[in-house]
Design a protein around this ligand. Structure first.
Ligand SMILES: Cc1ncc(COP(=O)(O)O)c(C=O)c1O
Length: 424
């Protein structure tokens, strides 16, 4: 789009940014080429840039904006909290209220620790699982993304895959030697890796729906089998529901697929756009966290009152179950329309997703990381630029999920389908 639209103001800002910020941005996936557009404001389903271009947004801040931008109920809750102060370093009742609600919605969770990001949540969850089992190794799924901390940056998805650095430099082998990798949708690989590392696998951490390279869905019975195998081998099963939590259903992917993990990490949707992360799990596991136990976890911003106020508003909003039916129906309709377009045009592409997650794959529908990497990244990027020109902002990578929100109207969807038709 930057080649077709007036983005002069963005270009000037980027010239300044490039000297000051690594790659001109503060998180790699934002590095749109040749330069990103800079946001002036966002409202509902739209973002407007500093040159007054308006886009229907399916990036939605990479997931947190389940209710679109500037939802009035979230804004009100946060504004009211600001009146009372915004950080105390002292407990508040909100922590208990939100913990009660989360444990009601997620029966697998008895206790929680609030942190500020999904990264901290998965880092803490892995540490806790290791402390609880007194074992060192853990398994992750190839292409799974669990944030940007050292031990999980091995064959990582999201921006790590987009920018060709799934295994980051700067992380000693001594740290990643205990990170074992298996393909998604492959229970045999899980059995084998546990067998090969007998009695030294603390945990399996996985996105139940592989969101950071897709979305790629679990094949029939995959998650149930994973649950069975991990239980039989005393491997703590951690569902990283930072994307899927509160999105696929109120109770996340674990409710939707009827599979109960030992631990869960949450974030994104819960904070309504404010930074939050949650480590949750069974009581006997969580009790080992400081100060009740010997696994250290702490944070100045843990359970910060502003994010909790936003979370309170989000949890109230999701009480209306119709939200999920309407949104997921919209997702079904949109995916069907996109599938029609690629069939009409006889393109060798595919449509993936579930609920309010969707993606056009420039290749056949992948079932794991290796297959996702076969998609045509360059063609996707050209398509992404054309979508911008046609007024639709998608995540700028083949390896990032698109997010629908409750703010997307029927008119937005119609315009979007037309934009796909033209751009393809
Ligand atoms: C599944 C998953 N886990 C963890 C994270 C890290 O969350 P955060 O960016 O809030 O640190 C992400 C971020 O995209 C994610 O998608």
């Amino acid at each position: 789009m930057l080649l077709y639209m007036n983005t002069d103001t963005s270009r000037v800002i980027f010239d300044r940014a490039n000297r000051l910020l690594c790659g001109g941005v503060n998180s790699p996936v934002r590095a749109i080429k040749p330069y990103p557009f800079y946001v002036k404001r966002a409202s509902g389903s739209k973002v407007i840039d500093v040159d007054s271009n308006e886009f229907i947004d399916y990036c939605m801040a990479y997931g947190p904006k389940f209710f679109g931008h500037e939802h009035p109920a979230i804004k009100k809750a946060v504004t009211e909290q600001l009146e009372r102060g915004w950080l105390y370093g002292i407990p508040t009742e909100a922590e208990v209220n939100i913990a009660e609600k989360i444990t009601n919605l997620y029966p697998s969770i008895d206790m929680v620790r609030f942190v500020s990001t999904g990264t901290e949540a998965t880092m803490g969850a892995i540490r806790i699982a290791r402390g609880y089992t007194n074992k060192n190794k853990f398994i992750k799924i190839e292409g799974g993304f669990h944030g940007a901390h050292d031990s999980v940056l091995v064959k990582a998805g999201s921006g790590a895959a987009t920018h060709g650095v799934p295994d980051s430099l700067g992380i000693p082998k001594s740290v990643t030697k205990d990170t074992l990798q298996i393909p998604y949708n492959d229970t045999e690989a899980l059995v084998n890796v546990i067998e090969q590392n007998k009695n030294d696998v603390a945990a399996l951490i996985m996105e139940p729906v592989l969101g950071n390279i897709g979305p790629i869905l679990p094949e029939k019975d995959y998650l149930t089998e994973v649950r069975k195998i991990t239980a039989e081998n005393d491997v703590v099963l951690i569902f990283d529901e930072v994307i899927t939590g509160f999105r696929i259903s109120q109770g996340g992917a674990q409710e939707h697929y009827g599979v109960t993990p030992d631990m869960t990490t949450l974030g994104k949707v819960l904070g309504g756009g404010f930074p939050i992360g949650v480590i949750g799990g069974k009581r006997e596991i969580m009790q080992i966290v400081t100060p009740s136990g010997p696994v250290y976890q702490a944070g100045t911003f843990n359970a910060n009152p502003v994010s909790l106020a936003a979370a309170g508003a989000v949890l109230k909003l999701i009480e209306q179950k119709a939200i999920y039916k309407n949104l997921n129906d919209t997702g079904d309709k949109l995916r069907a329309s996109l599938a029609d377009i690629i069939m009409d045009k006889k393109l060798p592409y595919s449509v993936g997703g579930t609920a309010s997650l969707f993606k056009l794959f420039f290749g056949k529908k992948p079932k794991n990381y290796t297959e996702a990497l076969q998609c045509n990244k360059e063609a996707y990027y050209q398509f992404f630029q054309r979508m911008l020109k046609n007024g639709v902002f998608l995540p700028p990578s083949q390896f990032e999920t698109n997010f629908l929100s409750t703010a997307h109207s029927e008119e937005d969807i119609e315009k979007t389908v037309e934009a796909y038709r033209i751009s393809l």
